[in-house]
Design a protein around this ligand. Sequence first.
Ligand code: ADP
Length: 618
Amino acid sequence: MNLINPLIDKDDKLQETAENLMNKHREDIRKKAEIMLGKTETDIARMSTEVIQKLLFEFQVHQIELELQNEELNRAHRELSISRDRYAQLFNLSPLGYLTLNIKGSILNANLAAATLLGCSKEKLINRKLGEFINPADQNIFYFFLRDLTTKQSDQTLEARIINADKLSSDIECHASVRYNEYNKPEIWLTMNDITERNKAKATIVALNAQLEEKILAQTQDLTVANTQLKCNIDELNYSKQQIREREARLNSIFNASVEGIITIDTAGTIISANAAIKSIFDYFPDELIGQSISKLMPIPEKKQFPNFKNFLQSQIPEFISQVREVEGLRKDGSVVPLDLSVAEFTMDEERYFTGVIRDVSSRKLQAKLDKDHLEALAHVTRLGLMGEMASGIAHEVNQPLAAISSYTQACVNLISAGTLDLRQLTKILEKTHNEAIRAGQIIHRMREFVKSRKIYRSKVYVNALVKDAVSLCSSDFKQSNIKVQYELAKKLPLINVDKVQIEQVILNLLRNSIEAFKDLPPSLERKLTIRTYLNDNDYVEVAVKDNGKGIAESERSKVLTPFFTTKTSGMGMGLSISRSIVEAHQGVLYFNTRQKKGSTFYFTLPPAQNAESNDDE
Ligand code: ADP
């Protein structure tokens, strides 16, 4: 098939058919003429006129036929040349470049498009080698292209860069085949297409593709990372979910098994949940409370104090958060139950909730009361014992003012009987008598106050006053035993909120024990007793009673604070253990330091009274 133009190929065939037809006619007539000419003159002479006329007629018909055919042939020639011209024009105007090359690659013919591509006029291209226009870098592939065309005799394709006569470079695509011309010589018929723009577009597309691929790769990587992260997050979420479920199950089991009541309310005071333990505290089943107001469980005074629950929340709840407070609750039967209450606050879906943990402390309260009563009774008994021990000393103490009163009244009697009564002098003596009587009365009063059975009553006092009161009850013992009492009492101590008789009892106990500790020591030894009061590092008021008595043997140290331990023949061994209980009931501690034969120091601490201002002590 013609690669350059299939229409030209078709015309060629038409012409070929017409020529063949004419040749065939010519040959027929020639043969008939030859047969005729082969006949001799005698043969012709022997022919009848009819036969000769028939022959002539046949020749004339043939001649007319030949003329008609000739005319037809001429018309066909004309049409053919018109068609050729049109095709030649199309050939030249085609945007494709057409070249005919000889087998060595020299240009034999070129159309306008090919000439334009190669930058030369058609005429100037003739006989130039196409290879001259091929870019040196593509000479190799051009060489193989030509070789394959001629050796394989099959259609070949080439893509190469050309440099045209104006030194401009462009990319071309060639299709070529080998054809034999009318002289049966092989020729190369070649089409040439400018693909510079296409290649540029291709390169742009390739570059864009590469960019796109890069972007896709980067995005894929990002997505992979995000995906991995997401997977991790999902795993973590699942793990957290699992943990939350487990925790919820655990909390539910705690919630339901707890012996303490757990109630959750919202900010309006409506009960949202209550556990089973609530029944044993308030006698309500949880279902009876859910949806009800918390005020149902509050005793009347609280209800009256806080008719508006919001106010109650604002003023009271903060005090309960993270602390245990004692409150009272209202049971179903209307009785009041003492409770320990602590509250936790949480927020869910932007709503505040409060969970109260409630413990019925009735039995604890009862036990505390029993303990208190017990301590009170014990303290009273030991005070009586203490007084028994101190009786002789106190009697001596009372004796002094009584003796003074006796002397003063005797002096008055003497003055009256001597008749030298001076009223001013008498008034002075009677004033002194009066003072002594008051002093004796005070000692008796203090003693009675100390021993009488009474309820515990706390008041705000200064510890130094208690020290001095206690010392005054022992003053005759100090004198008798030749003990030098030294005070180191701190000023500006805070008030303490205590039962003053009980704290005096503690101080007295310590003083009595110190007096006892001097008993068997040689008379030459100076007996020194120091009483100190101060504010310790914890801001507690502390009292220290120090003696240089016999001290406590190492084997006895762990026992001295326990009940019924005594080294005294007439001792009960209750003094220190009661003292410790009293101090602990006042939220303080009692402890001691001792060195055998060097003396002992007993200490006890007491918390300062709440909101009490520090004052100069006497
Ligand atoms: P009691 O005075 O009835 O013996 P206490 O409980 O007051 O009971 O004292 C227990 C014991 O502790 C005393 O018998 C004594 O041996 C010892 N003791 C207490 N205070 C001192 C002290 N300051 N010096 C030496 N020993 C002491």
